[in-house]
Design a binder for this molecule. Structure first.
Ligand code: BGC
Length: 432
């Protein structure tokens, strides 16, 4: 099926389903609802050589399946990527700006890199897209890691200084800022493991420290989980204050990694512990933010000794196919924070694009039920625009709506890209 045929089928299907949604009493998505896609700098730009992750990817041995290398060369091709987002009919592009480029040495701010990211926001605006910038999506300058990363009490202040520079450079063009991506992820994993670090993490950190010429090395997911949590909460608050000092009306939020977390029989105590360690502190910290970013992919059922084995289909990322997670997580975040919700990530790593469409539509049906029940949801941003560098897993998992040729960097939208575009253009008619 070519693009035109797919669009026609999608529209026809949407119209037919819109009838059934009405018959079922489904309410439309609110006027002005945002439909978008997300990316992160390190995963698509390429050659982020001054970052902590680049260093770790090139250690021998390394737990990374392969290095990020040129990634999707989006550092040079961002205009093409932004034009594609607009062409699909979406309203919002969530991307991250790279601290390791903007502050390559402590206090040495790169005007050229700030200009680069300003041009990205300008490109979005020119095409009528809403640019939503994330300041920290896992990667940081390698010098920061060598100073102890988020374990170091000085890091929240350094992060706020970076937030201040970014806001002054491009805040007038942004639609919103996500301060830190998934700061709760490492502490949830730690608590689920019975308050233990990832096996081998300490030895790898010591090895990386040597390579960085330091006595310590700490990055997202590698440091002390509790110190990282507390440092990131402080960093979020200080960055929010720095942004608001210059741009009081610029919406600011944090994006949380939320699994549909439930207690299985016998797992109630561990569940409570995990929730208290990894959710409550963040929910308390973000009350008063302009939005809470919900990122949801799957579920975790907590048994007496940790995560229970999946019972549903297991995806290449080793977790269960569970599109119901989005509805549960949106309800939880709204109830706990009283903030408007923005779905800042939801998606599926699969080679099977029909499965991606089915997953996305099922997740959106759940989102629609939240809205029908009065939950204030402002938008749905899919992960991800294109197939990209999936951290430890390398380029194997395919989260993209758009395929990327690893040699020519040619972008080819998959049917799921056109389908999400049609959903956006009809403001969700036929979903749910
Ligand atoms: C992260 C992305 C990642 C995606 C899929 C999210 O937790 O923010 O960087 O690629 O999950 O694993």
């Amino acid at each position: 099926m070519n693009r035109r045929e797919f669009a026609a089928a999608g529209l026809a299907g949407a119209a037919a389903m819109a009838g059934s949604a009405k018959a079922a009493g489904g309410k439309p998505f609110p006027t002005g609802f945002q439909w978008g896609v997300a990316t992160a700098a390190h995963q698509i730009e390429g050659n982020n050589v001054n970052s902590d992750f680049w260093l770790m990817e090139h250690l021998k041995p390394t737990p990374f399946a392969e290095p990020s290398g040129d990634a999707c060369d989006s550092y040079h091709r961002y205009e093409e990527d932004i034009a594609l987002v607009a062409k699909l009919g979406l309203t919002t592009y969530r991307y991250s700006i790279e601290w390791a480029r903007i502050e390559p040495e402590p206090g040495a701010w790169s005007i050229a890199e700030l200009d680069h990211y300003r041009r990205m926001a300008e490109s979005c605006r020119k095409l009528g897209l809403r640019p939503l910038a994330t300041l920290h999506h896992f990667t940081a300058p390698r010098w920061l890691a060598a100073k102890g990363g988020w374990d170091d009490p000085a890091t929240p202040g350094r992060f706020a200084a970076y937030a201040d520079k970014a806001t002054r450079a491009m805040g007038d063009l942004l639609d919103g800022v996500c301060t830190i991506n998934e700061p709760n992820g490492p502490v949830e994993e730690w608590a689920l493991r019975g308050d233990k670090a990832t096996p081998g993490a300490d030895a790898f950190a010591a090895f990386a420290a040597k390579a960085a010429g330091s006595s310590k090395f700490s990055t997202y997911g590698l440091g002390d989980a509790v110190k990282t949590r507390d440092g990131m909460i402080a960093g979020h608050k200080q960055a929010r204050a720095a942004i608001k000092a210059t741009r009081p009306h610029l919406p600011v939020g944090i994006t949380l990694a939320l699994t549909d977390l439930t207690a299985a029989p016998g797992g109630e105590d561990l569940y409570k512990h995990v929730y208290a360690a990894s959710r409550t502190p963040f929910y308390e910290a973000v009350r008063g933010d302009d939005f809470v970013g919900v990122q949801s992919y799957t579920r975790v059922r907590v048994g007496p000794a940790g995560k229970l084995a999946p019972t549903e289909r297991v995806l290449p990322m080793h977790y269960e196919y569970w599109p119901q997670a989005l509805e549960a997580c949106v309800r939880e975040a709204a109830r706990e924070t009283h903030c408007p919700v923005l779905v800042t990530e939801n998606g599926i790593g699969t080679e099977n694009d029909a499965e991606r469409i089915a997953y996305t539509e099922a997740a959106l049906a759940g989102l629609r039920r939240c809205i029908a029940d009065g939950v204030d949801v402002r938008g749905y941003i899919h992960w991800s625009l294109m197939d990209n560098f999936e951290w430890l897993e390398g380029y194997r998992p395919k989260f993209g709506l758009v395929a990327v040729d690893r040699t020519t960097f040619k972008r080819t939208p998959k049917p799921s890209a056109w389908r999400l575009g049609e959903i956006a253009k009809t403001n969700g008619a036929g979903v749910g």
